[in-house]
Design a protein around this ligand. Structure first.
Ligand SMILES: Nc1ncnc2c1ncn2[C@@H]1O[C@H](COP(=O)(O)OP(=O)(O)OP(=O)(O)O)[C@@H](O)[C@H]1O
Length: 599
């Protein structure tokens, strides 16, 4: 729908291999998700050590075997060596089976816990967070990135530990065999380190952009599928296609850039290894010719084999470090969700003792959604307990926002809202909200039956209670007609009026002492509206009811009416008072009477 142009985050400045933040993130992941599995991790470590030891023993036996061939020529000895070598590799094979099984289980368990924590944390975040964050970004963290971390920890990291164990054990053996030859071999290490350092920076930058591009792509898909009605009616299919294709091209080019950065590592290591082989063959050959060196032909061949055995895992290890850089960005992105702190929370001494039927007051309330556009400066209002209060006024004047502040969907900047003299900030958020039944403008319908949708607000309600609410909201007949059929994503199979009736049934079923009706009957035909108004009138009897409405005929009977304009109250009184004032309200009322023929 083109409403949300793909926003690009600026890549961060040049970063070292491990930043302070990376270390903190790793420590958070370790303490939160892996540390409690330490005994199992030790078991995995033990098994990968065995894999490394197999290579070292293989080298030793190969050297012995070669010596048998070169020197003594005893066939039985040779057969023995062959059987042991086979046995050793069978052990390595067994470990290769057990290690991934165990490590994937450990990582899946960690990611399950991580996902649960993400869900739990997400539920605590303010509404404002969801209003400023693309849903694609949230889905990316909860689905893809959590899975990426699991794969990275469960497979790639364990393989890297195995490779590191092999490198250390085999290198130790090679040093023991010939320190001179080994130091010749590792002469290339600084070059490898330099390459790693230079690519890691690029990988981090590209990975961050790639994650952003993927998040934006997901948001784009979600917007397109949710807004398909608007897309089709306004004939914007081509534009949408173009927008999503552009995003896929961006993802593709970033993937290629990422691969290009990583691709430098493997050939650099291959070149370095060629250099080392030449050094070992040349240097080893020279040493073998020198009787003083203590190395014979078998020793040199085994040494060369050892270098080959070290280089392969060393190459994989270097590649792992490039993937580590990419995963550090993913870890940072997942952790950033936990860094979002809710501001609408219970104060330490929050209570749930208050009288929900008492008067509600707003004193000197100031509020803004964004600092550049302040909405309320100094708002004062009294909503009488047990009475019907209406808020009317031009579109965008702040009526819905007043209702949102009462239910603490946002905190006020300044001033105070009280119920029965108790500041709402001193109450437990859950207790406060349980005092409200709401029919909001944006009605959320889930893809289940009408019955389940109504029951959503009070899962413990009896069938009789649900039927009573459905009858009063004029939706019972539709329940009988549709049965258990789901309503489609976002209730797409219902009309606007039917959705509104579900919302009203929900409010009636919830039966809380304060009823908020925000354009509750705006989508209904006059006959249905009259019937529902009657039901609402009966149900709201004795309850504090706040009605926001554009159609002024529906607020005529209210006990008190506030007229708002651009965040301030410009008039207030009963319908008769306001008509007598001949101000804004009277003007709007007369105009509506003319155009709708309202009484
Ligand atoms: N979540 C939000 N984030 C930022 N600005 C918002 C948000 N919700 C509303 N606004 C802005 O705050 C102002 C008041 O909005 P509000 O929804 O309270 O008006 P309203 O009087 O209920 O309007 P309407 O009659 O059209 O429903 C508007 O200018 C609107 O653009």
């Amino acid at each position: 729908m083109g409403l949300n142009p793909f926003k690009k985050r600026e890549p961060k400045d040049k970063r070292p291999l491990f930043t302070e933040k990376d270390r903190a993130n790793i420590s958070w992941f370790w303490h939160g998700y892996l540390k409690q599995k330490t005994p199992w991790l030790f078991l995995v470590l033990g098994m990968v050590m065995i894999q490394g030891l197999v290579y070292q023993q293989f080298l030793r036996l190969t050297e012995d075997g070669l010596r048998v061939i070169f020197d003594s020529g005893q066939k039985t000895e040779l057969i023995k060596v062959c059987i042991i070598v086979f046995g050793l590799f069978a052990v390595r094979g067994l470990m290769s089976y057990l290690v991934p099984r165990l490590s994937v289980w450990l990582a899946s368990d960690a990611v399950l816990k991580l996902r649960r924590d993400l869900i739990q944390h997400l539920m605590t975040l303010d509404l404002a967070y969801f209003e400023r964050t693309n849903s694609g970004e949230i889905i990316l963290r909860m689905v893809n990135q959590a899975q990426d971390l699991s794969d990275f920890v469960g497979q790639q990291t364990v393989n890297a530990v195995r490779d590191a164990a092999t490198v250390i054990i085999v290198s130790g053996y090679l040093i023991y065999k010939s320190p001179i030859l080994f130091s010749t071999a590792v002469i290339v290490l600084p070059a490898i380190f330099f390459i790693m350092q230079s690519v890691s920076d690029r990988i981090k930058t590209v990975q961050r952009s790639a994650e952003n591009a993927l998040g934006n792509y997901m948001t784009g898909i979600e917007e397109m599928s949710n807004g398909m009605r608007t897309v089709k009616i306004s004939g914007q299919e081509e534009n949408e296609k173009h927008r999503l294709r552009k995003a896929t091209v961006e993802i593709k080019s970033l993937s290629i850039r990422l691969q290009a950065a990583q691709a430098l590592v493997a050939p650099s290591i291959d070149l370095s290894s060629a250099f080392v082989y030449v050094l070992v063959i040349g240097g080893g050959g020279y040493l073998a010719l020198d009787p003083e060196s203590g190395l014979d032909g078998a020793g040199i061949i085994a040494f060369l084999l050892g270098i080959v055995l070290v280089f392969d895992p060393a190459r994989l290890l270097a590649q792992f470090f490039t993937r580590l850089q990419a995963n550090l960005i993913i870890l940072d992105s997942v952790y950033s969700l936990f860094e979002q702190k809710p501001s609408v929370t219970d104060s330490p001494d929050a209570s749930d003792e208050f009288d929900p039927q008492a008067d509600i007051t707003l004193n000197n309330v100031a509020f803004h959604y964004s600092p550049s556009a302040p909405l309320f400066h100094d708002l004062d209002m009294t909503i009488a307990g047990g009475k019907r209060t209406a808020i009317v006024g031009a579109t965008g004047s702040g009526k819905t926002t007043v209702l949102s502040l009462l239910t603490r969907l946002y905190n006020v900047e300044k001033g105070e809202i009280r119920i029965g003299g108790k500041p709402i900030n001193s109450l437990k958020v859950k207790s406060l909200r349980s005092a409200f039944s709401v029919v909001a403008q944006d009605i959320v319908i889930f893809n289940s039956s009408i019955w389940e949708n109504i029951r959503y607000v009070r899962p413990e309600a009896t069938d009789e209670q649900i039927w009573a609410a459905a009858e009063a909201a004029e939706i019972a007949e539709l329940i009988r007609a549709r049965g258990d059929a789901p309503l489609g994503p976002k209730g797409s199979q219902l009309s606007g009026g039917q959705k509104q009736r579900i919302a009203i049934a929900r409010a009636l079923l919830r039966g809380a002492p304060i009823l908020l009706l925000d354009e509750a009957t705006s989508a209904l035909d006059q006959k249905t509206e009259e019937k529902i108004q009657k039901s609402l009138g009966i149900v709201s009897e004795g309850k504090t009811t706040i009605i926001v409405a554009h159609r002024l005929s529906s607020v005529v009977g209210a006990d008190w009416i506030y007229v708002m304009d651009a965040g301030t109250i410009v008039e207030q009184g009963t319908h008769a008072d306001l008509m007598a004032q001949q101000g804004l309200y009277a003007g709007m009322f007369q105009a509506q009477k003319k155009s709708y023929g309202d009484d």
